[in-house]
Design a protein around this ligand. Structure first.
Ligand SMILES: Cc1cc2nc3c(=O)[nH]c(=O)nc-3n(C[C@H](O)[C@H](O)[C@H](O)COP(=O)(O)O)c2cc1C
Length: 320
């Protein structure tokens, strides 16, 4: 999906630098072309060898390294990159970029590029709440830099609070949005259903199918990237919905039908990709059924047909 996209990753001296290795792997899995620039402090946390191996490209720290290039590396790299992802971004690097410093390869690149710059701050909670940091971050946002905001959670210093690096899927989503986002479906409301439903017999048993939800989630991501306002209704799954999607998780076919009915009237486009169960048990036991209470067969009834005529008419007359 990111084939032939050129992503320059800046790694700075934060404890979360090890997480960047996983992000590089994910970008490579998406067929992106990745180069890494690391600050001096960054090299104390993760080795250039690891980053070079994962990115399959040499890793640069020194702007004056003539062995790496005979040209002006900072200009060459700034022009090469479709996007610059600084992950993790220390308070120090954020302060330097916010104030126009160009005192190492990474800050110089950030100043020289005309491509989007995405910053993923990670730091201790006092640093994060410090008005100096907040002012610098605000200044960069005003200048159009994209922030993948830190999250609340356990921090490397053993405390709990704001400052934890955002989870990898949010960072990858921001890269995709910066590189692939369009306005093709801007102003359109789009409903997508995905995944399986589970039809319970009792609190521990249910009837289901093998649907993973991957297709519906992929359609939802593609729609969100084109600027649609997406509602995704899905049964149980192991997936992470794309950022910015209105996500509704349901379990049963009745819940799916109710959720679809609720949001349908507003929609311009509907994609039904869910594998809704065709049948459900006639009876539900609020208590776990004893083995001996099971009959030789389970009586089933048809589930609601979510695609039935009123819905189909809505789809056919959609303004899209
Ligand atoms: C063990 C350790 C962990 C650190 N973790 C962070 C961090 O998570 N975020 C941060 O902003 N600074 C952190 N620092 C401080 C930075 O390494 C320091 O500000 C450094 O100058 C950053 O340089 P750079 O921005 O050029 O990479 C840490 C320092 C140490 C010693």
């Amino acid at each position: 999906m990111l084939s032939s996209k050129k992503i320059l990753i800046g790694v700075t001296g934060g404890i979360a630098a090890y997480k960047t290795c996983e992000i590089i792997r994910e970008l490579k899995r998406n067929h992106a072309d990745v180069r890494v620039v690391i600050t001096e402090a960054g090299t104390k946390f993760v080795t250039p060898l690891t980053l070079a191996t994962l990115s399959e490209n040499p890793v640069l720290t020194d702007m004056f390294d003539k062995a790496a290039s005979n040209t002006t590396i900072h200009i060459e790299f700034a022009r090469w990159a479709d996007v610059i992802l600084i992950c993790p971004a220390t308070a120090n690097t954020i302060a330097r970029i916010a104030n126009g410093f160009a005192d190492n390869l990474l800050t110089t690149l950030a100043l020289a590029t005309t491509s989007p710059v995405i910053l993923c701050p990670a730091m201790n909670k006092e640093m994060y709440q410090n008005p100096m940091y907040q002012r610098n971050a605000e200044r960069l946002k005003q200048a159009g830099h994209i922030f993948v905001e830190s999250e609340v959670g356990e921090l490397a210093c053993g405390e709990y609070g704001w400052g934890r690096l955002a989870d990898a899927p949010h960072i990858i989503n921001a890269v995709k949005r910066a590189l692939l986002g369009t306005k093709e479906l801007a102003g359109k409301k789009m409903l997508i259903t995905a995944g399986r439903t589970e039809e319970p017999l009792d609190p521990v048993r249910f009837i289901t199918n093998y649907s993973s939800g991957k297709m519906g989630f992929a359609v939802a991501e593609a729609a969100a990237l084109r600027g649609a306002e997406v509602t995704l209704i899905s049964g149980p799954n192991d997936l992470t919905p794309f950022d910015g999607i209105n996500y509704i998780e349901i379990q049963t076919s009745d819940q799916m039908a109710a959720a679809v009915e609720r949001v349908l009237p507003d929609q311009d486009i509907v994609v039904m990709a869910a594998a809704v169960a065709d049948f459900k048990p006639v009876a539900y036991s609020a208590q776990k059924l004893k083995k001996k209470k099971f009959a030789a067969s389970i009586e089933l009834e048809r589930t609601k047909d979510i695609l039935k005529k009123s819905f189909v008419i809505k789809i056919l007359t959609s303004s899209f």
